[in-house]
Design a protein around this ligand. Sequence first.
Ligand code: ADP
Length: 477
Amino acid sequence: MAVSYETYGQWIDNQYQLSSDRMNVTNKFTDSVIAEVSVATKEEYVKMEESAVQASRHLLSTYERYEILKKAADLLKDRQQQFGEIIAAEVGKSISEATGEAGRAALTLEVSAEEAKRIQGEVVPVESAPGSENRQAFTIKEPVGVIGAITPFNVPLNLVCHKLGPALASGNAVILKPAEVTPLSALKLAELLKEAGLPEGWLHVITGKGKEIGTWMTESERIQMITFTGSPSVGLWLKQRAGHKKVSLELGNNSAVIVHKDADIKKAAEQVAQKSFNNAGQVCISVQRVFVHKEIKASFLKEVKHYTEALVTGDPFEKETQVGPMISKEALKRVQQWITEAVDLGAQVLTGNETDGNLLKPTVLVDPPQHAKVCQEEVFGPVVSILEYETEEEAIDFVNQSKYGLQAGLFTNDLTFIMRAAKEIKVGGLIINDTSGYRVDHMPYGGLKESGEGKEGPKYAMQEMMNERLIVLQPAE
Ligand code: ADP
C-alpha cells in the first residue's frame, strides 16, 4: 500500500509548514492511524491569503494555465494507482472505485486545461442603439481573484479537482480546505501541481477545523468567492455569512429513480443495485428512492435483491470488494437509526441491515412511508427504498416531493412519459434509462432547491469563477 505514515503541515507557498496542533487521519476500514495533519492557526490562514492576493496580481497566461493543468493531469494519470490507494485508505471506498476516482480526477484537470484556452467574451452590438452608431463593444472575462474552496470526504480527490481545475484555469488563486477526515489525496495533489509547474501563491491547502476556517473565509475581504461541496446545513451557514461574495454550493440529494412498466427490469435493477451502494451510498447522486410501477414491482424486487446480494462487502483493498465501510461509526449509527425508524413505520427489509465494524451490508427497504427519514432526508449510506406508483403523474409527484433536486433517473422507452418528465421533474439533471448516479465530469452538474446553486463541470464552474466586463470603444473624435 502506497500510504506511508507522514506528518503533514499546511501547504503554503508550495511547501509544508507544520502547525503546533495536529490531528490524526485514519484508515476507515481498520481504524488505524495512517497520517497526521496540522491544525491551522488564524496566522497561517492569513499568510495564505496574503500570498494568494499577491499571486493573483500577476495573472498566468491562459496558455500557461493550460500547460500546468495538462501536465498535472498527465502526472495524475501516471500515478492513478498510488492516488487510488490513498483514497481507498482515507475514505474506505473499494480500491477499484478509488482508482476510478483518480482516473476521473485526471480527466477533470485535463478538461479544465482545455477550457482555459476557450475563455471568451462576446461582441455586444451597441451600435444598433441610436446615438451609438460609431461605437463597438465586447466583453472580457476576468478571474474573480481569490477563491475559498471547501470539499467533503466522499470523493476527496475528484471533487477537489472540480474546484481547483476550473479555479486555476480561469486565473484565480485558491485556498483549499479539504475534509478533516480525508485530507491526504488533496495534499498529495498540491505537491503534484507544484511538480507540474504551478508557481507559488496560486494554491494553498489549509487543514484544520471546518467551522473555524469557514468563519475566517466568510469574514475575509480578500476572498471573492466561496465554492463549497458538502451538507445543506453547512452550505446554508456559509451562504448566510458570505455577504457579497459569490457562492457556489453543491449540496445533498435524496435521489429518485422511476422504473416504468415498460422498462428493462433486469437492467434497471442491476443499475439501481450498483448506484445505490457505490462508496457505501455516500455519494450525492446515490440512488435513494426508487419508484417502481405497480405492475412490475414483484419482478423488480426479485432482481434488485439478486443484484444487491451479489455485491461483495469488505476490506476496500481486497480486489473483489465492491462496497467498503462507512466513513465513521457515528455515521453508521445514524443510518441504522433511520432504518429502524422506517421499519417501525412499516417498511420491510428486503435484504441487508447487518453490520460488521464500520461495514453496513447493502440494505433494500420496501414501502417505507414517504415521511420516513429514509425518504425525506439524505441517507448518505448504503440504503435504498423501493416504493410503488400507479400513474405517471403520481411518479413525477413522488420524485418532486423532496426538498432536494440534484439529479433523477427514469427507466422507460415511452417517449411521451420521457418528454413530460423532462419538463416536470424539478432537478438539475434527468437521466433516461439510467439512474440518478450518472455523471461524467465535463457535463453541467448542480441542483435546485436545497441541492444548492451554481453548476460544476469545468466549463460551467468557470463561468461562475470569472467576472464579465463590458468594454465599449469609440474613436477619440
Ligand atoms: P460531509 O460530511 O458530507 O463531508 P460537511 O458539510 O459536514 O459534509 O463537510 C463538508 C466540508 O465542509 C468539510 O471540509 C468540512 O470540514 C467543512 N465544514 C464543516 N463545517 C463547516 C463550516 N461551518 N464552515 C466551513 N466549512 C465547514
